[in-house]
Unconditional design. Structure first.
Lengths: 117, 115
């Protein structure tokens, strides 16, 4: 079964700082990759996703992520964060071609981002 | 569309009690799932359904039952609550019965405390 690692549990940045959140997965086959975000008091929502094609994916609110297959990584980036980006960020992976529960989304442990005004 | 709705928002149970967490979606989605979120552990899949009448176990199914009699509803039953089931529970749905290949839409969550 696949697994997802998010090594940064809590990141604190000042406004205008650049952001990079790490996401690594373990699965040797084809994957679909997702970043979800949970703003305080709101639903989990999709930030961006990668299925195929250009490995640099752009999402909402100025976020982007790059899929590097050789490194099994899908890191999330934003050049300049805002106070409103304070949220929990979750990386998720789906193993294409697997079956049963292994075909479902596997989430990382999440990264809490705090942006100081 | 209301999207994915969950009731109740908060619940406190005593050990051994049973209850049902409700989940409904009005988007005609085939796929529905239940996750639990615990600090430092992300979301873990409890049960999922790829269509009415079809359910399957996820990563952490023990102590929970589900059924899917209609496309819209996917209730999660706790048979005999234990303190280890204290968590935040999220229901999600997606259009495709393929589950993880589609964007999932999440409900607001139910915060459950078992004493």
């Amino acid at each position: 079964a696949q697994s997802v690692s998010q090594h940064n549990h809590h990141v604190i940045l000042s406004e205008a700082a650049s952001l990079e959140l790490g996401c690594n997965y373990s699965y040797g086959g084809t994957v679909n990759l997702f970043w979800y975000v949970q703003y305080p008091g709101q639903h989990l929502q999709l930030l961006l996703k990668y299925f195929s094609g250009d490995p640099l994916v752009k999402g909402i609110k100025g976020f982007e992520a790059e899929f590097i297959k050789s490194k099994f990584s899908f890191n999330l980036r934003k050049p300049s964060v805002q106070w409103s980006d304070t949220a929990e960020y979750l990386c998720a992976v789906n193993a294409v071609g697997s079956s049963g529960s292994a075909r479902q989304l596997t989430f990382g442990s999440g990264t809490q981002l705090t942006v100081l005004p | 569309n209301a999207g994915v709705t969950q009731t109740p928002k908060f619940q406190v149970l005593k050990t051994g009690q049973s209850m049902t967490l409700q989940c409904a979606q009005d988007m005609n989605h085939e796929y529905m799932s239940w996750y639990r979120q615990d600090p430092g552990m992300g979301l873990r899949l409890i049960h999922y359904s790829v269509g009415a009448g079809i359910t399957d176990q996820g990563e952490v199914p023990n102590g929970y039952n589900v059924s899917r009699s209609t496309t819209e509803d996917f209730p999660l039953r706790l048979l005999s609550a234990a303190p280890s089931q204290t968590s935040v529970y999220f229901c999600a749905s997606s259009y495709s019965g393929l589950g993880g290949t589609d964007t999932q839409y999440f409900g607001p969550g139910t915060r459950l405390t078992v004493l």
